[in-house]
Design a protein around this ligand. Structure first.
Ligand code: WTA
Length: 577
């Protein structure tokens, strides 16, 4: 069994940007890289969007392609850095004319198309706060996010706007819906001036926010500052290892943090040419994209790798993927089989990276210059102190399982949780940032992921809070209560499973197997329609009652143990079950 991938000299097609991990880790200082890697305005002011795009206009990168876009129907467009700059300037001016001011929240609800990227940059340029919404979101998910953020403007298109129109009357702060496929809006955007004074921001000023799920309650708005681009830039340089000639493809959606940090900010700040594919997953299409655009650096997710695996190795062989030189993954555990398959299929190992919406950038990773211990997430990024701590925040020695924790203070550590300062504080313990993941560190300093410490679900790499799914289920007239867990799944990492208690009337009705199947389908659809197209339970089980604490909290941990046939552990706080 292959448990280490050793990199011989001939492995390297390029000298890695990070040549010596130990030395760089030892000598690294955020202050130094902030001076050498970012472009600053006078008086310590900065703008993340300027650093991503506009600063390249003084160099030959001006005419380099920044974005290759391929749409779901094969449409192709491309934009140079100069064009991205001008288009986002126009967008900034257009928003100003709408009355958008510094600090206003402007949200984007679009499928992956060039306007998503242009709008995002335009928002940051005028000092407003950009929020992104995943295209699978439905009414409830949209409402929760738009309401909590108090968004003033929503950038969307005619098709997606239908979902928003239904909730608009409940969103008094939402003043404008901009439809980017509406003739008159497009004309206004295009007629706006391409000259824009880019706002000089304090490094601490808010730049963008993303809603993410925890165990309890509604999703929380994780807010990042302009300075986050420093972490995003330098991690992109050292981990994604961008070189001037690279063509890069990140398969994430900017509705999630990966798409913002490494499809907009950190990647473009390195001046790399990026491919954006707006269509759905399809193995042949993905290989075609890799081949056609001669992708050299590819950042994807374990579920996608497993979906490619499922299509077999013969399919890969039909394509010329010789441009690939560096491949990486994020979002969920990268299983050793996927790495082995990657080696067979592409002759390259996937480099696992670990981070979160809250960390804003990669914090633990496998680096081009280091051998890979297969199954490990790698080592802390320079400038990051990572440790394993117990529940009191005391650091544990190598080999012991505990909470994966980080010393606060790196540039892309979340700045706040929108309007929930207490929630923000709850992440910190004894001067550690507690990630919510459990793991261990081995004697060589490599980190290994064990699981979540809470009930957060990762399905196809996407983060889903059980509470949101439970709330959507109990809206259905048949449901008294519901408990939702992530059930291990060989393809998707986890699938959502719901345990549902029905009203007496429905309990009788589901004695009929046909009716029971029909109701399960209806409940899945209910979640899909109200919450999100990706966050619905693929499995539903009807129960007489759910395990609860004496104070009435549903114990998902027990449901999960039961589902997996594991011992149910400490039940001293459990009501009779
Ligand atoms: C999980 C995604 C195992 C983890 C950038 C984390 C991982 C959560 C890995 C954050 C990995 C991310 N191995 N698990 N390499 N990377 N995770 O906020 O549970 O969507 O806490 O950010 O994904 O998910 P989020």
């Amino acid at each position: 069994m292959l448990d280490q991938f050793k990199k011989s000299k001939k492995y390297f097609k390029k000298t890695p940007n990070l040549e010596n991990y130990e030395k760089t880790y030892r000598e690294f200082s955020w202050k130094n890289v902030s001076e050498s890697e970012l472009t600053w305005f006078d008086n310590g002011k900065v703008n993340a969007a300027y650093n991503a795009i506009d600063r390249h206009l003084d160099s030959p990168r001006k005419n380099k392609i920044a974005l290759y876009y391929e749409g779901p129907n094969g449409e192709q467009e491309k934009y140079t850095f100069e064009e991205m700059s001008q288009k986002s300037n126009k967008f900034g001016n257009f928003l100003k004319a709408l009355g958008v001011k510094r600090g206003d929240r402007v949200f984007i609800f679009l499928p992956r198309n060039p306007y998503l990227y242009i709008a995002f940059l335009g928002i940051l340029k005028i000092g407003a706060i950009a929020g992104t919404l995943f295209s699978a979101f439905q009414e409830q998910a949209l409402y929760d996010r738009l309401e909590n953020s108090g968004a003033k403007v929503l950038i969307t298109d005619k098709e997606f706007a239908v979902r928003v129109e239904k909730i608009r009357h409940k969103l008094p702060n939402l003043k404008h819906l901009v439809l980017i496929d509406d003739e008159s809006s497009l004309k206004e955007i295009n007629d706006s001036s391409a000259e824009l004074h880019i706002d000089r921001m304090n490094p601490e000023d808010y730049a963008f926010m993303l809603y993410t799920s925890g165990t309890t309650g509604k999703p929380k708005g994780v807010v990042h500052r302009h300075l986050a681009i420093l972490s995003e830039h330098i991690t992109a340089k050292y981990v994604l290892d961008f070189h001037e000639e690279d063509t890069y493809w990140c398969t994430a959606d900017p509705g999630w943090v990966t798409g913002i940090a490494y499809e907009i900010l950190g990647s473009w700040s390195n001046g790399v040419a990026s491919v954006v594919y707006g269509g759905r997953f399809d193995a042949s299409k993905w290989y075609e994209i890799l081949e056609k655009y001669k992708v050299s650096v590819w950042y994807t997710a374990p579920t996608a790798v497993r979906m490619l695996m499922a299509q077999g190795i013969d399919l890969v062989r039909k394509y010329n993927l010789s441009s690939l030189r560096h491949i990486l993954s994020v979002g969920e555990p990268l299983n050793p089989e996927a790495i082995r398959w990657g080696l067979q299929a592409f002759g390259l190992p996937f480099h696992d990276t670990w981070w979160q919406t809250e960390t804003g950038a990669i914090v633990i990773a496998n680096y081009p210059c280091l051998d890979i211990k297969i199954g490990s997430m790698g080592k802390p990024f320079p400038g990051i102190t990572a440790g394993i701590v117990d529940d009191q925040g005391k650091e544990l020695p190598p080999g012991q399982e505990g909470n994966i924790a980080l010393k606060p203070g790196w540039p892309s550590m979340m700045k706040t949780i929108w309007r929930r300062p207490e929630k923000y504080k709850s992440y910190f313990l004894n001067d550690w940032y507690i990630s919510g993941d459990r793991g261990l560190k081995d004697k060589d300093g490599y980190f290994w992921f064990i699981g979540r410490a809470d009930d957060v679900i990762k399905t196809s790499g996407e983060r889903v809070g059980p509470f949101e799914v439970e709330s959507a289920l109990v809206e259905h007239p048949s449901v008294v209560e519901a408990g939702v867990i992530g059930k291990p799944d060989s393809l998707r990492g986890e699938i959502i499973k719901a345990f549902v208690v029905l009203t007496k009337k429905y309990q009788d009705k589901v004695q009929d197997k046909n009716y029971s199947d029909q109701l399960k389908q209806e409940l899945s659809l209910q979640v899909r329609k109200h919450l999100a197209g990706h966050a619905y339970p693929r499995e539903i089980e009807f129960m007489d009652k759910l395990p609860k604490t004496r104070s009435g909290k549903i114990m998902r941990r027990i449901l999960k143990a039961k589902e997996m046939g594991l011992p149910i552990g400490d039940t001293s706080t459990l009501e009779e079950f």
